[in-house]
Design a protein. Sequence first.
Length: 290
Amino acid sequence: MSMTPSFFRTAPLVALGLLGGCQVVLGIESELHLATCEDGEVYNTTPADCRREVCKDGELVTEPDPDDVRNDVNECTEDACDGTTPVNAPRAADSPCGLDGLLRCDGAGKCQGCVDDASCQSGPAQPCAPITCQQGICVTNMVPPGTLLPDPAPGDCMAPACGANGVATTVFAADPPTPPSPCIATVCMEGMAQSGFRNPGTACSGGVCDGSGNCVACLENAHCGGGTMVCLGQACVNHCTDGLQNHGETYLDCGGGCPGCGIGAPCMAASDCATNYCIEGICWDPGFGG
């Protein structure tokens, strides 16, 4: 819910001044109060404590809430509030309980007469407060607060968990959504998914990350495995077959580590020539004039 901030002035302003082009209060006899809520709004920041917060004059005021009871998941107690104190008083003896009301309360807050766990279930199963039959008595077993429950919506940075008094609630979780690229990292921060690009050069399934969320073959020659493989336009290519004279080649795609050049091509060493003869910077045929 969006809320437009409201201000309450408790006394006249004494003076105004300018600071960095902005008008500021230089002195006041009292204070300006920023409203933290909308008048009449009701909040329940702590469930099951028989209290609620009501907005009055822009501030939250705590008052009793007889409906904010503590549910102890026990059919043989009455969930109520004694002022701002939760109480779970035993129901009268012989009150119906259990499956189809076939069991009876003992007047001390216990449902008796069960033969198995199923006979204790009068409604949907409570994952945070399962009821079991122990020696003929239905016993509510509170699961420790914070215990995580199966998550029906993984990847939303939230997860169901057990809260206080066996009540299921929702908590922040470290289950961020699957990123659209291996070069995008996702994390959860206070229930919200955050994402960012991985650093350039980070390994990914197709090579390395480019720093903009993309997985590319290379960013530099070292990413191409060495030899005659070089990085050109974020792709690994063999410079000996790229149709260019580069990377130390003595002629187009030959010499300088590439296959030897043909007769008449420039050379710097015998290895630059297919004939293995480099004379005065030219590849020669050793049988010429022979």
